[in-house]
Design a binder for this molecule. Structure first.
Ligand SMILES: CC(=O)N[C@H]1[C@@H](OP(=O)(O)OP(=O)(O)OC[C@H]2O[C@@H](n3ccc(=O)[nH]c3=O)[C@H](O)[C@@H]2O)O[C@H](CO)[C@@H](O)[C@@H]1O
Ligand SMILES: C=C(OP(=O)(O)O)C(=O)O
Length: 444
């Protein structure tokens, strides 16, 4: 198993480019299955384990998928199969996003019921509530959820009890081919929802209101393959912003979109970090002395839960008491124990973590508990005394492209090694499905 070894103490300087957003590309790839005619070319696709997984899901359903030079080519004009087995849903919960497109196109979809994961229980009741309102019958049994509809789905008015990203996406995709008008109220407003709506509209759908709390969709009879460029990854960009801040460095994150990062930027500024919008990205200059602050994770435009653990790494180095309250997922504090191995002083009280800073962080062997925790532990290692060794990198590879290599290019003392201690080729990526090293630029 690979390990990232980081030695703390270097100030990071230079330029790094944000990749396309993982959380935008996954729904866009599943949405490409709505096209019964033509091919979709999806560009600026990051080379991530999750992208390999979703591509495999589509291939198993009989779609033709090719991934090369950061572009995914999908031809879903064949008759598709309508089932996604447990093997994929277990690796990546976003596999449930095939439900909406398959149900809309074929009146049938069967997917393994996703379980909980390291960050919480993560039910899909709101997705199912939406499909039922549109005329689907839902059967749950033997570990699967199966949806059936007689003929086309029909439009419906759906109120989401909470603004779930996945439920909004799944319902939006199903409604795109339904008969009549669907209104989704209290829907998610994340930039990835807007990207999906833009893709659907290019494909022939009629979606308005994405990015607000009500989305209206007028169903169409047919959709077509199109070209689409994925938006920049705001979470990857935010993670590099913290890398700059935590090391007292000066980093330009090219391609980063400040409109998508308002809440993160505002908190960084409160902590004494200088953040400037430049023509081609966001510049971050870390202060000599970071100041404590409080955050509460919320649906967009609130502070994103996917930045919570990275922010925790930063707060561990700030002067004063900081409080993080996690309201989106009920169990997203698994990384606290790992930070404690690094001598972090913090305690969990209900849904909050209280951090006394600045700690005297020491390098240690730590295990990533989820994707963002992996990045956060590496960030903490950039500032800790001595060597930090981070294991369980399968989580990191789900969402960060060449993370160690990018940090090294900014001046970090960091390397990724395999179980023999040999450095892993920076231009290769490990396929976490097979644990094989795979070439970055081709997959058929
Ligand atoms: C692939 C992807 O885009 N993943 C993102 C997506 O996950 P995902 O789409 O799974 O997250 P949701 O917005 O759906 O979940 C938010 C909250 O709603 C709850 N809930 C959700 C659906 C449902 O049917 N019932 C229910 O109770 C969840 O348990 C959670 O507590 O949004 C999350 C919240 O911004 C991010 O952390 C994830 O990175
Ligand atoms: C929680 C995340 O992703 P997922 O929903 O795919 O688990 C994430 O990107 O931080």
């Amino acid at each position: 198993m690979d390990k990232i070894i980081v030695k703390g103490g270097k100030r990071l300087n230079g330029t790094v480019k944000a990749e396309g957003a993982k959380n935008a590309v996954l729904p866009v790839i599943t949405a490409s299955m709505l096209a019964s005619e033509g091919k979709s070319d999806i560009t600026d696709v990051p080379v991530l384990a999750d992208v390999y997984t979703i591509n495999e899901v589509l291939r198993n359903m009989n779609a033709s998928v090719h991934f090369e030079n950061n572009t995914v080519y999908v031809d879903a004009s064949n008759e598709l199969l309508t089932e996604a087995p447990f093997e994929y849903v277990r690796k990546m919960r976003a596999s449930v996003l095939v439900l909406g497109p398959l149900l809309a196109r074929y009146g049938h979809a069967k997917v393994a019921m996703p379980g909980g994961c390291a960050i919480g229980s993560r039910p899909i009741d709101l997705h199912l509530k939406g499909f039922e309102a549109m005329g689907a019958r839902v059967h749950v049994g033997n570990g699967y959820v199966e949806l059936e509809a007689d003929g086309r789905l029909h439009g419906a008015k759906i109120y989401l009890d909470m603004p779930s990203v996945g439920a909004t996406e799944n319902i939006m995709m199903a409604a795109a081919l339904a008969e009549g008008k669907t209104i989704i109220e209290n829907c998610a407003k994340e930039p990835e929802i807007v990207d999906l709506a833009n893709f659907l509209n290019k494909m022939g759908a009629k979606v308005v209101g994405a990015g607000t709390e009500t989305i209206r969709i007028e169903g169409v009879e047919k959709m077509y393959g199109v070209k689409h460029t994925i938006i920049p990854d705001r979470v990857e960009a935010g993670t590099f912003m913290i890398a700059g801040a935590i090391t007292g460095g000066n980093i330009l994150i090219e391609n980063a979109e400040s409109e998508h990062l308002r809440s993160v930027i505002s908190k960084l500024e409160e902590m004494g970090v200088t953040v400037t919008d430049e023509k081609n990205g966001i510049r971050v200059i870390g202060p000599d002395k970071l100041l404590a602050t409080d955050i509460k994770t919320l649906p967009h435009p609130g502070f994103p839960t996917d930045m919570q653990s990275q922010m925790m790494a930063l707060m561990l180095n700030a002067y004063g008491t900081s409080v993080i309250t996690e309201t989106v997922f009920e169990n997203r504090f698994m990384h606290v124990e790992e930070f404690r191995r690094m001598n972090a002083k913090m305690k969990i009280e209900g849904r909050s973590v209280i951090i006394e800073g600045p700690g005297d962080l020491q390098g240690a062997e730590v295990a990533a508990t989820d994707l963002r925790a992996a990045a956060a532990l590496i960030l903490a290692g950039l500032r800790a005394e001595g060597f930090t060794r981070v294991t369980e990198l399968k989580h990191l590879d789900r969402g960060y492209v060449n993370f160690a290599e990018k940090l090294a290019s900014l001046g970090a003392d960091i390397e990724r090694v395999d179980e023999n201690g040999d450095q892993v080729n920076p231009f290769m990526q490990v396929d976490y499905q097979t644990d094989q090293v795979i070439p970055q630029l081709s997959q058929s």
